[in-house]
Design a protein around this ligand. Structure first.
Ligand code: GAL
Ligand code: MG
Length: 990
């Protein structure tokens, strides 16, 4: 006998979005339900219509089978579909998981309405109970509910079968840039209600304190009983049904025997309003009563009073033009793929709060429902995005009427589920799906159902940022050049808020120019922020030996961003996929284990609630850079860092300032006359325990320069290559000892295993590779310059070495003047880059040390990794980090571990022996265990073999990082020009 559901072949029928599925609603059924999570009987079929006659194994629900014990493994593609069939078709080889289990239907559910909820399944779900077809659902990231009342018998067992088809017509509109999986990714549960039940609850809680709760009521038996009514409580205060509303309905003749509508209405005096800084929530309970007063149904909500509106070209929350410091977030976990627990989601959001983020775009589908509860509670603005991305076939699908239903279905179901969350401030119609009538249909539904929130859609906005006809209320481009954004805001033509839905692509060592972006955003009315792409590096924990995903049992097999020996973070291609997009999946601001990348500290400082500026020398100007609150949640300490090594601290009193206000406070220290360069830092921490941070958590470390360095510490040599031999030291050189060089003119030094040489190359970052720079540098031969010594001359103990470094496209002339000084050698360098070498990675010195010098102390920016265009988050001070802790373990090895603005450093052994380097001016420095070629030779972090000594780079110039792997390159001011570069440094033995 052919199965009725299979006979429909719903996996190739885009018109079929569901069958037998209950309407989505916002009634919370999670409490009191019967959880069905755990191990289910499981078979993986080769196609949906293959017979279910194989042996049963087991599979954990919720979970994807691609991360469990099957041969169908994860596959990563970005734009391209993983199969060649065009929409709405799917491949004949179509892995299909059959999940089965028995459920004892509680006897006390007799007479009640019994509902099955499947939290999420991808991409087509077929439901059978005791062999009978019950329903179909698509829409992989929203729940599907089915009424089982007439299908199961309370007090008896029932056999549930959930068949999940991996590839379908729906895959073509779920073509998001992420891993492809198959399975049931969110919890499965059964619940029972009275036949008379709340069908939906819609809450409108305004900034004014006005509360409207609109309820829909139905009875499973059909006609509603007489006399039902609603009541409820708000934080314990009783709420009664609005009589006016009933009457209005009668007059409108909208009352139906089968659908009840009623409203609870009140105004809360002195309401505590909700915003992302002070996310005040109220507990709302809605009760549906029968005429005799008994309670038929209850729904509990946590609600927040707030307004969202667009006025002119500003997006306002509670009347304030808030900055959107956002990130794009996927539901991701390195062990489960897609299934995320409450603790995981809470940890994501806690981390984001600690690093100054206030907004999340649920890229690119509705996230787990708990995410929104946590966003309400912890304080985030959410752009809620529907599960629609047809990237590879975008144009074909946007106007294809066969997909019309799916578009409206997906957008409306999201809105119906999430409409009561104060955190959700904007609806998004999806991502990268071109723009067509299907979008307008979905937008039309939303505008009618929820006029309280704006809509955004990048695919529409890109046709005209200011065009009122397009279905996007926000100009929400992705990766728009900053100058285009500023020009638009200044053009006089702007009509919509400009908030980039994606910007600052975080792939590998990235997020250059973030501070420049924010300086422009804060200075330009009309610009309001954006969402960094993205939160996660989606590396899946994998066994190196057999290439299998580790799965749920892998907790503890990683630490600090690094997988344990024998494991690695897999990216595209690592599961043997032939069609894949490689490391493009590793593009987040956190590692797969949620360890923050250094870019997070940059963001934290850019988002600082407290800013300081130096007010001549009498005092410091402090600004409250928040939108809604004062400084009472913060504590602070002043720290004065002097170049001579002294660090002084003093308690700080934060003034009472309203948002946007400024106050001058006296300098906390009498600045010592001596000590050289002086930096004042305000170390700001949380003053009390907060839901997202214990008391004392660092919030920001704003800093001002109080006194610049007097004179160059180690003066640079004057002169030029043209006048070789005429070098004069500008300061007096205390000649001491002698300098030894070998036949090649290379310095011989007891602490160095490789002499200081010129370096123009860095292990290309993902931005360098995908932006085309690395290709250019390789074609010029910068990765393999051939050094030839031209002359070595000695003059009164000072050795001058002229050398040439030849590449395919030109020759760099380099000169080193080595002068003995007390305890060491001063190195003055000059390099002349031919015009052909325009925009190289770096110009500087590289040398290597003996083993054992394992601690780096420096005065400069830190302690985090920083680069010329990503250095706002690293204050100047005295920092000390073990060499092994300096390297950032990006998934695909690349340039890493740099520190910007370094003035001096020591590299020492535990007995305090070692070397000290003093630089002529603040420079980019890195100390790692790897040569650039070590990093380029491998594809995963675990393949790196650390060298025993240190590889030290001192750069006269170092190219910014930019974001060119997807988006704008770094700015011209952060690029390295050809021509003459000069730098000098002194090396001494400790
Ligand atoms: C965007 C897209 C994202 C992601 C990103 C690059 O175009 O919306 O899903 O692919 O680029 O990482
Ligand atoms: Mg895409």
């Amino acid at each position: 006998m052919t199965d009725a559901l299979l006979a429909l072949r719903p996996w190739e029928a885009p018109e079929v979005t569901s069958w037998g599925r209950l309407p989505m609603n916002a009634v919370d059924r999670r409490s009191g339900a019967l959880p069905l999570d755990g191990d289910w009987r499981f078979q993986l079929l080769s196609a949906p219509d293959a017979p279910v006659d194989g042996p049963w194994s087991s599979s954990h629900v919720p979970g994807v089978w691609t991360m469990q014990d099957t041969d169908d493994l994860p596959q990563y593609t970005n734009v391209q579909m993983p199969f060649p069939e065009y929409p709405p078709h799917s491949p004949a080889a179509n892995p299909t998981g059959v999940y089965e289990r028995e459920v004892d239907i509680p006897a006390e559910w007799a007479g009640r309405r019994i509902v099955l909820q499947v939290g999420a399944a991808e991409s087509v779900l077929l439901v059978h109970v005791d062999g009978r077809p019950v329903g179909i659902s698509k829409d992989s990231h929203l729940a599907a509910e089915f009424d089982l009342t007439g299908v199961v018998r309370p007090g008896s067992p029932a056999t549930l079968r959930l068949t999940v088809v991996k590839w379908s017509d729906a895959s073509h509109i779920e073509d998001q840039d992420q891993w492809w999986h198959g399975g049931i990714t969110r919890s499965v549960l059964l619940y029972a209600t009275d036949p008379l039940h709340l069908a939906d609850v819609t809450v409108r809680a305004a900034y004014s304190g006005e509360l409207r709760v609109d309820c829909r009521v139905r009875d499973a038996g059909g006609a509603l009983p007489d006399g039902w009514y609603l009541a409820g409580e708000l934080d314990g205060q009783p709420l009664a049904q609005d009589a006016e509303f009933d009457r209005a309905n009668v007059e409108d003749e909208r009352v139906s025997d089968f659908l009840g509508e009623a409203r609870l209405l009140t105004t809360v005096p002195e309401v505590r309003t909700w915003n992302a800084e002070t996310p005040e929530l109220y507990g709302l309970t809605v009760r549906l009563h029968r005429a005799d007063g008994t309670v038929a149904d209850t729904s509990r909500h946590r609600i927040g009073f707030r307004d969202v509106e667009i006025v002119g070209r500003d997006l306002l929350v509670n009347g304030e033009r808030v900055f959107i410091r956002g990130v794009n977030r996927h539901d991701f976990h390195p062990l489960t793929g897609r299934t995320v627990s409450y603790d995981d989601m809470r940890a994501d959001l806690v981390l984001l709060k600690r690093f100054g983020f206030n907004a999340i775009r649920t890229a690119h589908y509705p996230n787990d429902p708990t995410l929104y509860d946590l966003a309400d509670e912890l304080g985030f603005y959410v752009v809620d995005e529907a599960d629609i991305e047809s990237h590879d076939h975008a144009h074909e699908i946007a106007d294809d009427p066969r997909y019309l239903n799916a578009f409206v279905d997906r957008v409306s179901r999201m809105v119906l589920r999430d409409k009561n969350h104060p955190s959700v401030i904007i609806w998004s119609l999806g991502n990268e799906s071109d723009y067509g009538a299907n979008h307008d249909a979905a937008a039309g539904w939303v505008r009618r159902h929820d006029p309280t929130r704006p809509i955004q859609y990048e695919g529409a906005a890109k046709l005209g940022w200011a065009d009122p006809e397009l279905a996007s209320d926000i100009a929400c481009p992705m990766y728009a050049p900053l100058e285009d954004c500023v020009a638009h805001a200044l053009s006089g033509a702007q009509t919509k808020p400009l908030i980039q839905c994606e910007y600052s692509h975080a792939m590998g060592n990235s997020n250059g120019t973030l501070a420049d972006h924010w300086a422009a955003i804060e200075a330009t009315p009309g610009l309001q922020g954006g969402f960094i792409w993205e939160f996660w590096d989606h590396g899946i924990l994998q066994h190196v030996n057999d290439g299998r995903p580790v799965g749920r049992g892998g907790a503890g097999l990683y630490d600090n961003g690094v997988a344990a020996p024998g494991y690695r973070w897999a990216y595209g291609g690592d599961f043997g996929e032939t069609i894949h997009d490689g490391a493009f999946i590793a593009d987040g601001v956190v590692f797969p284990d949620r360890t923050p990348k250094p870019a997070m500290y940059e963001h934290r400082e850019i988002a600082a609630p407290v800013r300081i500026e130096c007010f001549r020398h009498e005092g410091v100007v402090l600004t409250n850079h928040q939108h809604f609150r004062g400084f009472d949640w913060l504590a602070a300490v002043w720290v004065l860092s002097l170049e001579d090594g002294r660090t002084l601290t003093a308690p700080a009193e934060l003034p009472e300032l309203c948002p946007g206000e400024t106050a001058a406070v006296p300098l906390p220290f009498a600045l010592p006359e001596d000590g050289g360069e002086a930096w004042l830092t305000l170390r700001v921490t949380t003053a009390q325990d907060l839901p997202w941070a214990p008391r004392g958590t660092e919030v920001c470390v704003p800093q001002v320069l109080l006194r610049a360095a007097d004179v160059p510490q180690e003066p640079v040599a004057a002169g030029s290559l043209a006048a070789a031999g005429s070098i004069e030291a500008a300061g007096s050189v205390e000649a001491a000892g002698s300098v030894e060089v070998d036949d090649e003119g290379l310095l011989v030094h007891p602490l160095l295993t490789a002499a200081p040489a010129l370096s123009l190359w860095r292990a290309p970052t993902d931005n360098d590779e995908l932006g085309g720079m690395a290709q250019r540098w390789r074609s010029w031969g910068l990765d393999a310059l051939v050094r030839k010594v031209v002359s070595v001359r000695e003059d009164a103990g000072r050795v001058t070495v002229e050398a040439e470094y030849a590449g395919a496209a030109g020759v760099v002339r380099h000169r080193q003047v080595l002068t003995p000084v007390a305890g060491g050698v001063r190195v003055e360098e000059e390099a002349e880059l031919p015009e052909a070498f325009d925009d190289v990675a770096r110009v500087g010195t590289v040398f290597e040390t003996i083993a054992g010098l394992d601690l780096l102390d420096w005065f400069g920016q830190g302690p985090w990794e920083s680069y010329p265009d990503r250095s706002a988050g690293a204050p100047v001070g005295h920092h000390s980090v073990p060499v092994d802790g300096l390297f950032t373990p990006y998934l695909r090895p690349q340039e890493s571990g740099g520190r910007h603005g370094v003035r001096r450093f020591t590299l020492s052994a535990p007995d305090a022996t070692g070397l000290a380097v003093v630089l002529d001016e603040p420079r980019q420095v890195s100390v790692t265990r790897y040569r650039a070629e070590d990093l380029t030779a491998v594809t995963h972090h675990d393949e790196l073999v650390p060298r025993p000594g240190c590889v030290v780079h001192i750069d006269a110039a170092h190219r910014g990082l930019g974001t060119a792997s997807c988006g704008p390159d770094t700015f011209p001011s952060y690029r390295v020009a050809p021509g003459v570069h000069r730098w000098s440094w002194t090396l001494r033995v400790l």
